[in-house]
Design a protein around this ligand. Structure first.
Ligand SMILES: Nc1ncnc2c1ncn2[C@@H]1O[C@H](COP(=O)(O)OP(=O)(O)OP(=O)(O)O)[C@@H](O)[C@H]1O
Ligand SMILES: [Mg+2]
Length: 277
């Protein structure tokens, strides 16, 4: 591991919203049951706030878990296997019945909406598994991504091909024939086809080589620079925190640590327990 930030040190050190809730805000940034150290601006663009719940009638997996992201930011969720990272993403996307807490997008409480309705509100979600149609071509996958749109999608498709040029070359090929990194590009591209207001990615670099991981991160930064907030789960914790404006460490469905990417990378406890020293 190297200490040099390959992304020109322009991320991971700007966001003060965690430590400095917006002045003048009268809203209590922490709901009852939430921990003070996950104090969030209650008016974050997307916030899953004090979420508690599990699958069906099973035990709670999330315990007052809070994750949030603002425009122009990359927020990263890390933590051990089984910590509830994917469950937290699914809760924000509406695939879980929350017993407590709420999800707010652009000032609107969307807790009662179906996942499809949330897509209509501007959420783009790339799940951890089964995130492409393998028997369809690359182009058909992108078309499927645009299912809610009634306008001309060609310009968006061109933007995605500009972002991921390999997909233009392989547009007539079955997505199942692509490499792992290329498939992840299809999955991200599919989510971008709705022109989302916020992009949620669950382990976008799963199973790819370090070089491909770097390339994917570069593309994700590029998307973020267009202003789209990005909420991302990553198992490559150290590398992800290097590009993160803010990070959350989840443990057993709870917020264990949160801060800017820089703060978490520098925290001795976080380093020892989650970053391999
Ligand atoms: N569909 C499901 N039904 C019931 N329990 C589930 C379901 N999916 C996950 N769980 C349970 O929820 C807990 C958290 O799982 P989750 O997939 O959210 O963890 P994760 O942090 O994303 O892990 P990983 O790093 O392995 O992806 C685990 O105990 C898991 O067994
Ligand atoms: Mg997961």
């Amino acid at each position: 591991m190297t200490d040099t930030n390959p992304y020109q040190n322009d991320r991971g050190n700007k966001d003060m919203s965690i430590t400095n809730p917006r002045p003048g805000s009268t809203a209590d940034p922490v709901r009852p049951g939430g921990k003070a150290k996950v104090a969030e601006a209650a008016d974050a663009f997307l916030i899953g706030e004090a979420m508690t719940g599990g699958y069906g009638s099973g035990a709670d997996i999330l315990h007052s878990c809070t994750i949030a992201v603002n425009p122009g930011e990359i927020a990263v969720i890390v933590g051990p296997n089984g910590a509830g990272k994917s469950t937290a993403m699914k809760a924000v996307f509406g695939m879980l019945n929350l017993r407590e807490g709420r999800v707010v997008l652009d000032g609107e409480d969307i807790s009662a909406l179906t996942p499809q309705a949330r897509v209509g509100k501007g959420m783009g979600f790339v799940p951890q598994t089964s995130n492409i149609f393998t028997s369809m071509t690359v182009e058909e996958n992108l078309e499927m991504g645009a299912f809610i749109r009634r306008d001309d999608i060609r310009a968006t498709m061109e933007q995605i091909y500009d972002l991921f040029p390999i997909l233009r070359d392989k547009r007539k090929q079955a997505a199942g024939e692509l490499s792992g990194g290329q498939r992840q590009q299809v999955a991200v591209g599919r989510a971008l086809m709705t022109q989302p207001k916020v992009l949620m990615l669950d382990e976008p670099t799963a199973g790819v080589s370090p070089i491909v991981m770097d390339e994917l991160f570069d593309r994700i930064i590029e998307v973020s620079r267009t202003g789209i907030p990005i909420l991302m789960v990553e198992q490559n914790a150290r590398q992800a925190l290097e590009i993160a404006d803010k990070g959350y460490v989840l443990v057993q469905g709870r917020n264990a640590y949160s801060g800017t990417g820089k703060e978490l990378l520098a925290d001795p406890e976080v380093r020892k327990s989650f970053l391999g020293g």
